[in-house]
Write a protein that binds this ligand. Structure first.
Ligand code: DX5
Ligand code: ZN
Length: 229
């Protein structure tokens, strides 16, 4: 897939119907989602548990585009091959998840996936300074990870610093947490291009009535692109 910095909306299935992931992924893609964001939580690195590689593998055939897997687990390394086998395209690990993030990112690339590195709100941009030549994506958390539906934390200054640090490298800046039509312009202005949104995409719709997914995605996209409707 060719690199570009156009706005990409990545619905987080954390806000979807957990009994119906396959149909939910197909529905949001049909309604305009660019990537599908899959939140893996272990009840250890974050205070919540979702699902693991087996669920990712089950979801995979229902996604036509990019499966963007966000690991909120520690340790990461023992599970990298399982997520590769599950068909993850982007595999993102947290810089805070262990002492050897460099080795983790090497292993993710080595397993044939595109590595991403995520930063919690309390972690400075500089923490990934030595990693920018080895990742395809930096994920800036705008909530403390663990739950959907939390209030957006403004990380504009950090996003701006990262954008400068990245320079002309082909590295996406992804924002995760509290993204909606009011916060999307803030992060897009600061330099982000991949916007994860859970509650703001899935609210009001369902697999039976997916049109609200489309209008929610359009509202976030247009807000980020500066075209208020
Ligand atoms: C938070 C997750 C996010 C979350 C976003 O730990 O990583 O992906 O689902 O949900 P909203 O958009 O509802 O903040
Ligand atoms: Zn996430």
């Amino acid at each position: 897939m060719a690199f570009d910095r156009s706005i990409k909306i990545a619905p987080s299935i954390l806000a979807a119907d957990f009994a119906n992931f396959g149909a939910e992924c197909a529905a949001v893609e049909a309604q305009g989602a660019d990537w599908i964001h899959v939140d893996v939580m272990d009840g250890h690195f974050v205070p919540n548990i979702t699902f693991g590689p087996a669920t990712c593998a089950a979801i995979r055939p229902h996604i036509k585009g990019v499966m963007d897997v966000h690991l909120m687990i520690a340790p990461v390394d023992p599970y990298i091959d399982a997520f590769a086998d599950a068909g993850a395209d982007v595999l993102t690990a947290h810089v805070e998840a262990g002492p050897h993030i460099h080795r983790t990112l090497q292993a993710i690339r080595g397993a044939g996936m595109r590595p991403g590195v995520a930063l919690n709100p309390g972690t400075p941009a500089e923490a990934v300074g030595e990693l920018l030549d080895m990742v395809d994506l930096v994920c800036v958390m705008t909530v403390n990870p663990g739950f959907g539906g939390q209030k957006f934390i403004d990380m504009s200054a950090k996003i701006g610093r990262l954008r400068e640090m990245i320079g002309d490298r082909e590295v996406h800046i992804e924002i995760d947490g509290g993204v909606d039509p009011t916060t999307a312009p803030i992060v897009a202005q600061a330099g982000a291009d991949v916007l994860v949104a859970g509650s703001a995409v899935f609210r009001g719709g369902s697999v039976q009535d997916p049109a609200p997914y489309g209008s929610n995605i359009t509202a976030i996209r247009q807000a980020a692109e500066g075209v208020w409707t």
